[in-house]
Design a binder for this molecule. Structure first.
Ligand code: KIV
Ligand code: ZN
Length: 388
C-alpha cells in the first residue's frame, strides 16, 4: 500500500453551517465520539469565536475525544485565535486552523485589503497561533480563484510563520478536477518549503465535483482530505467523507493511497447525521443511499444472485450495511421472484409459479415496489402447495 491520506472531518464546523443542520452540545459530542471511533485523524469541532455554545461544544469534545486531533477554526484575528486555543487546549492533540481569503474578489469586496496586507496578516496571525501550539493549519479561502503566483506567496508566508498544514479550499466549488490537480502541482513547484508541510484539499460541491476534485488533489500530491459525513455543508455541501474514503479504498490499486478510516462504521455515522439533523440523503447517494446496494432489474438480480461482484464493486458489509437488497418491481425477473418466495417459506411447483409470476407482473405494473406482504397476498390467491 502507498501513502496514507489523513481524513480531516468538518461535519461539526462546515457541515453544521449547512442550513438546518445545527446540532446541540450532546449531539455534537455523540458525533465526535463516532468520528473518533471510526478513526478520523482530525475532527474540526467548530468555530470557537462564532458563539459561546460553539466554544463550549469544542471544549467538551476536547475533553471527550482522546485519539483524534481536535481542531477549531479561527479567522486571521488574534481574538479568534485566543478563543480557538482556549476551547481546544485540554485536547490530547490540538490544532488551530487559521484562514484568510486570498482571491481578488474577496480582497476587494470583503476584506478591503491589498495583497501586501493579506501577506502581513497571514504572517502575523499564523505566528501568533504558533505561540500556543505547534500544529497550525492555514487555509487560503477561495484559493482556487486566487492568482496562483500570489497564492504561492501566501503559502510561503504561512510556512515561514510556522504553519504545518496548508489547505487549498475550492470554497465555491468552481474547479474542474484536472484544473485542481494542476493548481496543486503548481503550488508544489513554486512554494519554497512546501515539501515539509502537509498539503490539504477542501472542496465544495457547487458543480457536483467536490469528491472528484479531492481525488484529483490526491493524485497531485495532497495528503489530507477535508470532508463531511453525507457531504453536508455550505450550499451544495462539502466533499462527502464516505465517497472519498471508499473511492480510495475500492480503488487503492489506482490511487496507491488509503485512509485510516474503519469503513464498516460509515453507514452508522451516516444514519447518525441523518437522524440528528433531520436531513435525509437521496436514495441514489453513493455508498449510503437506500438504493446503493439495491437491485431491481431482472438481469442485475440474476447476476448478483449468481455472483455479487457482477454488479457490486464493494460489499454492503464493508460500509456497515448488513446486506444488499433485491427489490421486487416491474423490472424483476423470475429468479428473484422465486428466491424471495422461497425465503418467505413458499415452495411452488412450476405451474403455480408461472401463474403467481404472471400475477406479480400485473401487480408490479400498478405498484412501484412489491413488498413481502404483497407477495404473501398474491401467493395466497393462487392454490399453493408446500407453503409453510
Ligand atoms: O470553504 C472554505 O474555504 C472554508 C475555509 C474556512 C477552510 O470552509
Ligand atoms: Zn468550506
Amino acid at each position: 500500500m502507498g501513502r496514507t491520506i489523513q481524513i480531516f472531518d468538518t461535519t461539526l464546523r462546515d457541515g453544521e453551517q449547512s442550513p438546518g443542520c445545527s446540532m446541540n452540545l450532546n449531539e455534537k459530542i455523540e458525533v465526535a465520539r463516532q468520528l473518533e471511533s471510526m478513526k478520523v485523524d482530525i475532527i474540526e469541532a467548530g468555530f470557537a469565536i462564532a458563539s459561546p455554545g460553539d466554544a463550549a461544544a469544542i471544549a467538551a469534545i476536547a475533553d471527550n475525544v482522546h485519539n483524534s486531533t481536535v481542531c477549531s477554526l479561527a479567522r486571521c484575528v488574534e481574538k479568534d485565535i485566543d478563543a480557538a486555543y482556549s476551547a481546544i487546549k485540554r485536547a490530547n492533540s490540538a490544532r488551530i486552523h487559521v484562514f484568510l481569503a486570498t482571491s481578488p474578489l474577496h480582497r476587494q469586496y470583503k476584506l478591503k485589503m491589498s495583497q501586501d496586507e493579506v501577506l502581513e496578516a497571514i504572517a502575523h496571525n499564523v505566528a501568533y497561533a504558533k505561540k500556543y501550539l505547534s500544529d497550525i493549519e492555514f487555509s487560503a479561502e477561495d484559493a482556487c480563484r486566487t492568482e496562483p503566483e500570489f497564492l504561492a506567496k501566501t503559502f510561503e508566508a504561512a510556512i515561514k510563520a510556522g504553519a504545518t498544514t496548508l489547505n487549498i479550499p475550492d470554497t465555491v466549488g468552481y474547479m474542474a478536477p484536472d484544473e485542481y490537480a494542476a493548481l496543486v502541482r503548481y503550488l508544489r513547484e513554486h512554494t519554497p518549503g512546501i515539501e515539509n508541510v502537509t498539503l490539504s484539499c477542501h472542496c465544495h460541491n457547487d458543480l457536483g465535483m467536490a469528491v472528484a476534485n479531492s481525488l484529483a488533489g490526491v493524485e497531485a500530491g495532497i495528503n489530507q482530505i477535508e470532508c463531511t459525513i453525507n457531504g453536508i455543508g455550505e450550499r451544495a455541501g462539502n466533499a462527502s467523507m464516505e465517497e472519498c474514503v471508499m473511492a480510495l479504498h475500492v480503488r487503492r490499486d489506482y490511487y496507491q493511497a488509503e485512509s485510516n478510516i474503519d469503513t464498516t462504521q460509515i453507514y452508522r455515522a451516516s444514519r447518525m447525521i441523518q437522524t440528528i439533523t433531520g436531513v435525509p440523503v437521496a436514495p441514489t447517494k453513493p455508498i449510503i443511499g437506500a438504493n446503493a446496494f439495491a437491485h431491481e432489474s431482472g438481469i442485475h438480480q440474476h447476476g448478483v444472485m449468481a455472483n455479487k461482484e457482477t454488479y457490486e464493486i464493494m460489499t454492503p458489509e464493508s460500509v456497515g450495511i448488513p446486506q444488499n437488497a433485491i427489490v421486487l418491481g416491474k423490472h424483476s425477473g423470475r429468479h428473484a421472484f422465486e428466491d424471495r418466495l422461497r425465503t418467505l417459506g413458499y415452495q411452488l411447483d412450476a405451474e403455480k409459479l408461472d401463474k403467481a409470476f404472471a400475477k406479480f407482473k400485473l401487480l408490479a405494473d400498478k405498484k412501484k415496489i412489491i413488498k413481502d406482504r404483497d407477495l404473501e397476498a398474491l401467493v395466497g390467491a393462487v392454490p399453493v402447495s408446500g407453503s409453510e
